[in-house]
Design a protein around this ligand. Structure first.
Ligand SMILES: Cc1cc2nc3c(=O)[nH]c(=O)nc-3n(C[C@H](O)[C@H](O)[C@H](O)COP(=O)(O)OP(=O)(O)OC[C@H]3O[C@@H](n4cnc5c(N)ncnc54)[C@H](O)[C@@H]3O)c2cc1C
Length: 383
């Protein structure tokens, strides 16, 4: 069968069998190619473009308490490109600081990934929680994330990856991972796993042309600390995949379907008596007027303006979503072609990095950049 025919002929029935094939492929002597439906990648199928800034701190997230204006402020922000992934483990660290105040009723400023998860962790510990926030989902920045398990993404710089940081990061990562496994198989699939294909024109142990031109600092390679958490990627032979690319590996990845996951967090929070008050703070002094004496600052990038924390660097990111295709259950990474695709339920997510994202707080969508990424994706299916 021609590769093009192979790509286009696969249907839902074949896809339903893919997990079985994937399991069987690990055994000796049996490695059939999974049938993959093509992604209908066309610029006119873009249904949304989102832009947001990752709240990056070279030192890593700030999780510490301070006394101010007669309150205990537990700072909990600065999770870079890893906020969703680390949220449960990070919230557990914040809870230790909250618990030390012995207050039974707390306020949380912020209703993004970090604020809402901290709220759930506090509720599970028996605390009453009121969230104050300028925006709530889906308007928060967290809604514009990719939604991949990426606990090591822009979480600190190489020079700040001290042994103490590594230990803390590993504990956060492992705890989050554990919690996420308890959220699989729920209605709406807030969390799921998928197989993806990493494509490369050069062998994977060689850099791609232009790999050092991203104008970003050096980040530590943390994956090795938690390599046991997900299946190892596997090199595929040409018979095992439909792509006309010389080097292909199959990887397995955890995905957060953000609208369903946010809905789950919000529903659980409200069902357990949580309250949300929409309110913007323009100065930390306004926190003195809150009735709660322990206040969690989970304002993300907003902490830069509210608390004057200039250690937060914006790292711009833009994603586009294509009309959802239920039959697409695989992701793609095309090395050296600036293309990342995730099979989100609310639309096939296509991400491309900009040349100057680091330090860039421009949240205006660049439609041409997303269209160009979609065209690069389309080229994979038309070859
Ligand atoms: C393009 C992109 C892709 C990403 N992909 C991933 C990924 O795949 N996996 C992953 O784990 N992470 C990813 N991230 C990172 C992740 O999205 C962030 O780390 C996370 O969203 C930070 O959450 P947060 O709750 O701290 O901030 P936010 O979502 O920004 O929430 C802040 C909250 O505080 C409120 N607030 C702020 N200032 C004030 C104020 N002055 N007064 C009142 N309320 C205020 C806001 O209204 C909001 O409710 C990505 C980020 C980007 C930009």
């Amino acid at each position: 069968m021609q590769r093009r025919d192979f790509l286009l002929s696969s249907g839902a029935a074949a896809l339903a069998a893919t997990p079985l094939f994937a399991l069987a492929a690990d055994g000796p002597g049996f490695a059939p190619a999974p049938a993959l439906s093509p992604i209908r990648a066309r610029p006119d199928r873009i249904i949304d473009i989102s832009v947001c800034t990752r709240p990056f701190r070279a030192l890593g997230p700030r999780i510490e308490a301070e006394r101010r204006h007669g309150k205990t402020i537990v700072h909990h922000y600065g999770h870079g490109g890893a906020g969703w992934s680390l949220s449960w483990g990070s919230a557990r660290l914040a809870l230790e600081l909250i618990a030390a105040t012995r207050e039974r009723r707390i306020a949380i400023i912020g209703c993004g990934a970090i604020g809402l998860t901290t709220a759930r962790v506090a509720q599970r510990a028996g605390l009453r929680v009121r969230i104050y926030c300028k925006e709530r989902p889906p308007e928060v920045r967290s809604s514009a994330a990719t939604g991949s398990w990426s606990p090591d993404s822009r979480i600190c710089t190489d020079e700040h990856a001290t042994p103490a940081f590594l230990q803390r990061w590993e504990a956060m990562t492992r705890h989050s991972f554990k919690v996420y496994q308890s959220l699989l198989g729920l209605p709406g699939q807030p969390i799921e796993w998928y197989d993806g294909y990493a494509l490369s024109d050069v062998p994977f142990d060689q850099p791609t042309p232009g790999a050092d031109e991203d104008h970003e600092p050096d980040y530590p390679d943390l994956e090795a600390l938690v390599h046991d958490l997900r299946p190892k990627s596997q090199a595929l032979t040409p018979a095992e995949h439909p792509f006309r690319v010389p080097h292909v590996r199959r990887y397995t990845q955890m995905l957060f379907n953000l609208p369903a996951y946010f809905r789950l967090l919000l529903d659980d929070f409200l069902r357990e008596g949580g309250e949300i008050e929409q309110r913007e703070f323009t100065s930390p002094r306004q926190l003195a007027g809150l009735q709660e004496r322990t206040i969690v600052n989970a304002t993300g990038y907003g902490a830069r303006a509210l608390f004057g924390d200039e250690s937060i660097v914006p790292v711009r990111g833009q994603t586009a979503r294509l009309v959802p295709q239920q039959e697409i259950n695989y992701g793609l990474i095309y090395r050296g072609h600036n293309l990342f695709v995730a099979p989100r339920r609310d639309g096939i997510l296509v991400q491309a990095q900009g040349a100057h994202d680091f330090g860039n707080d421009d949240t205006r969508p660049d439609r041409a950049a997303s269209e160009s990424a979609v065209e690069r994706l389309a080229a994979l299916f038309s070859a």
